[in-house]
Design a protein around this ligand. Structure first.
Ligand SMILES: N[C@@H](CCC(=O)N[C@@H](CS)C(=O)NCC(=O)O)C(=O)O
Length: 199
């Protein structure tokens, strides 16, 4: 089973909901603190970025929250957190996982730190205007019940975690579909599936 590294903060942090899902898998959990163990040589040997989360599974180290979720979903298929390799749903699965790691993380950081995305730079900025990313996220989620259709996947875990954190940080407006997605993911995490028709 994997060892996992996570910040010593509340379960509502950036990776809280994702992590809540990952405890299905995680055997050993090592908590980090800002400026402390996270920048120690021992941890930098695991992640030279000095950032969490990270996991070690046998000799394999995986960093980047979305990669960790995708990796664990593949390694522990009994949890059915990824569409089958030959399923066409794999297209949506990859699409929204990478959307979270790319445009969504970038747009939320841009919002948090007032980055100037304007007519001169928007064509080169991966998230476009912040509203482009937020509207696309809403579009992806509104047909439900899950982002890949009928199957709850690691992509839902990732997106709901980002959404929860970013709403709490006031970087993302609490649109009805975003609230709904968080509720559904929490429920699935608690092993009681409550498919939700988005408003
Ligand atoms: N792109 C990374 C982001 C990781 C990240 O920013 N982690 C923050 C969590 S708040 C961290 O470890 N910060 C500690 C530091 O930079 O010292 C991922 O997806 O995992």
């Amino acid at each position: 089973m994997p060892a996992a590294y996570k910040l010593n903060r509340t379960e509502n942090d950036l990776f809280g909901l994702v992590w809540f899902g990952l405890v299905w898998f995680v055997y050993e959990l090592e908590l980090m603190n800002f400026g402390g163990k996270i920048k120690s040589p021992a941890y930098l040997a695991i992640n030279p970025m000095g950032k969490v989360p990270a996991i070690k599974h046998g000799d394999t180290v995986v960093t980047e929250v979305v990669a960790i979720c995708a990796y664990l979903a593949d390694q522990f298929p009994e949890h059915k957190l990824a569409p089958a390799l030959d399923s066409v749903l794999r297209g949506s699965y990859y699409r929204w996982l990478f959307f979270a790691a790319g445009p969504l993380e970038m747009a939320m950081t841009a919002e948090a730190y007032n980055w100037d995305i304007n007519g001169k730079n928007v064509q080169s900025v991966g998230c476009g205007y912040i509203s482009d990313t937020v509207n696309t996220l809403e579009m992806a989620l509104k047909n439900g019940p899950y982002v890949c259709g009928e199957q709850f996947t690691a992509a839902d875990l990732v997106l709901s975690s980002y959404i929860g954190w970013e709403i709490a940080q006031k970087n993302l407006e609490a649109r009805p579909v975003f609230n709904c997605v968080m509720l559904v993911s929490s429920s699935v995490n608690l092993r009681c599936r409550l498919p939700c028709a988005a408003p």
